[in-house]
Each structure stands twice: as structure tokens, then as C-alpha cells.
Design a protein around this ligand. Structure first.
Ligand code: UDP
Length: 235
């Protein structure tokens, strides 16, 4: 097995499925079943989930809302998604714990690194909610930060596209996919993998990023089994 401990980053938008807003229960169940298979392989799984399907601070600010207020709403949105994912995972028999960067202690544990690691060692999936707990950051940055803190082998970024291309594959059908690419090449070629804060944090800490299509059934399991799925960004 290639990985012992992974950090899976799921965007909030991915949870929408075919909807325009909110959470699609069918999509949630598919994700839960796929994550269950990874856990059954003995791989430790931590998850950071976004909130873009519910609220984004920048969109609030664009409409005149105070940015920090909007970001607090965005962070709470990630907790809503986290709770939904937790429930879906437990429905299919996966043990979980949710930890949040903002305290909502009646709902979830506060984030404590040592405790998170202990949960992982016991085979529980740990969902990290509320991003980094700070405004002006993204859940991609939270994912990289937590991955480094818990010493994950890699960050697996589940997206709608199956990897990193030299051009937008949704617009250019001749775009070529990279199997692997270095952090340096991503920057030199001006490719977009994550926001710069998240990306440089990953680079500085030598944390590989794997971008893959999470919506294709079986992809996550294949990836952790060592099949060449998605694109690996490495140093
Ligand atoms: N957010 C924040 N600090 C963080 C992480 C997230 O303020 O550390 C807020 C921010 O407003 C962001 C929203 O939460 O727009 C949802 O997160 P994100 O946009 O990263 O979600 P995704 O795009 O992955 O669905």
C-alpha cells in the first residue's frame, strides 16, 4: 500500500451533485461508500471539506458584506458539510470524529492535533471543520495545514477534472494531462492547482498533492492502491 495516512480534500461544490446549491444525499452516500473502502484497506483517513456550496466570504464581500463576517459564515458552512459527511459515513458503518477550528463544542470536538492522531490510529475517520479558523484563508490551505500537522503522506484533492492539464480541459479538448509535475513547473507554467498560500505551504513542507476526479466511482480506491489516477505534484 502506497499510503498509510491520507488527507482528503473535498470541495463544498462537489457535494452539490447535479443541484445548484446545498447537499445532494446521493453524492454524499457515494462518497461515504468510497471512503469506507479506503478505511477497510487499513489506510488512515482525515478529511477537510469546503463550504462553497453554501457560502463563500469573497462572494459576500462582493455584495457589500464585511469580509470577516462572510468568512465566518463560510467556515460555519464547512461545519454543516462536515456534519452531513459524518452522518453519511456513520450510516454506512464508518467510525468518525469531527474536530473544528472554531469551537462548537456541543457539536464537535475542538481541533487538537494529538487527539486527531489518536482517532486516526484507532481507525476513525477524522473530519476537520471550520477551515483554519481564520478569515482570509481557504479550505485548501486548511487541508495542507492539517495534512502537515498530522504528518499525512499526501493530500488528495478531489475535483471535477481528472488531473492537471496544460490548458483547461473543459474548454480545450486537445489539452494534455500531466501524470506527474513538480511544484516548480506548476508555478513556471502558471497552472492553477490550489491558491498560492496553500500551494506554497505544501511545497515548503514537501507534501505531495494529488489532483484527481472524485466523482468517478472507484477512483479514490484505485488511487490509494497505487494505480496512476490523477496528477501527482511532487518536489
Ligand atoms: N474560510 C475561511 N477560513 C478558512 C477556510 C474557509 O474564512 O480557513 C471561509 C471562506 O469564506 C471560504 C469559505 O469558508 O470562502 C468556504 O471555504 P472554501 O471556499 O475553501 O470552500 P470550497 O471552495 O472548497 O468549497
Amino acid at each position: 500500500m502506497q499510503y498509510k495516512r491520507i488527507l482528503l480534500k473535498l470541495s463544498g461544490e462537489a457535494l452539490m451533485g447535479d443541484r445548484d446549491y446545498g447537499i445532494d444525499p446521493k453524492r454524499l452516500k457515494e462518497y461515504a461508500l468510497e471512503i469506507k473502502q479506503v478505511v477497510e484497506k487499513g489506510i488512515e483517513v482525515a478529511i477537510v471539506i469546503g463550504g462553497g456550496n453554501i457560502f463563500r466570504g469573497v462572494s459576500g464581500a462582493a455584495n457589500g458584506m464585511d469580509r470577516v463576517q462572510g468568512d465566518h459564515m463560510g467556515m460555519l458552512a464547512t461545519c454543516i458539510n462536515g456534519l452531513a459527511l459524518q452522518s453519511a459515513l456513520e450510516d454506512v458503518g464508518v467510525y468518525t470524529r469531527m474536530q473544528t477550528a472554531l469551537e462548537i463544542k456541543e457539536v464537535a470536538e475542538p481541533y487538537i492535533k494529538r487527539k486527531a492522531i489518536r482517532h486516526l490510529e484507532k481507525g476513525r475517520v477524522v473530519i476537520f471543520g471550520a477551515g483554519t479558523g481564520n478569515p482570509y484563508f481557504t479550505t485548501d490551505t486548511a487541508a495542507v495545514l492539517r495534512a502537515i500537522e498530522i504528518d499525512a503522506d499526501a493530500i488528495l484533492k478531489g475535483t471535477r477534472v481528472d488531473g492537471i492539464y496544460n490548458d483547461d480541459p473543459e474548454k480545450n479538448k486537445d489539452a494534455i494531462k500531466f501524470e506527474t509535475i513538480t511544484f516548480k513547473d506548476v508555478i513556471e507554467k502558471g497552472l492553477k492547482v490550489m491558491d498560492m498560500t496553500a500551494f506554497t505551504l505544501s511545497e515548503e513542507n514537501k507534501l505531495p498533492i494529488i489532483v484527481f476526479d472524485m466523482n468517478k466511482n472507484g477512483n479514490l480506491v484505485k488511487l490509494v492502491s497505487g494505480e496512476p489516477i490523477g496528477t501527482i505534484v511532487d518536489y
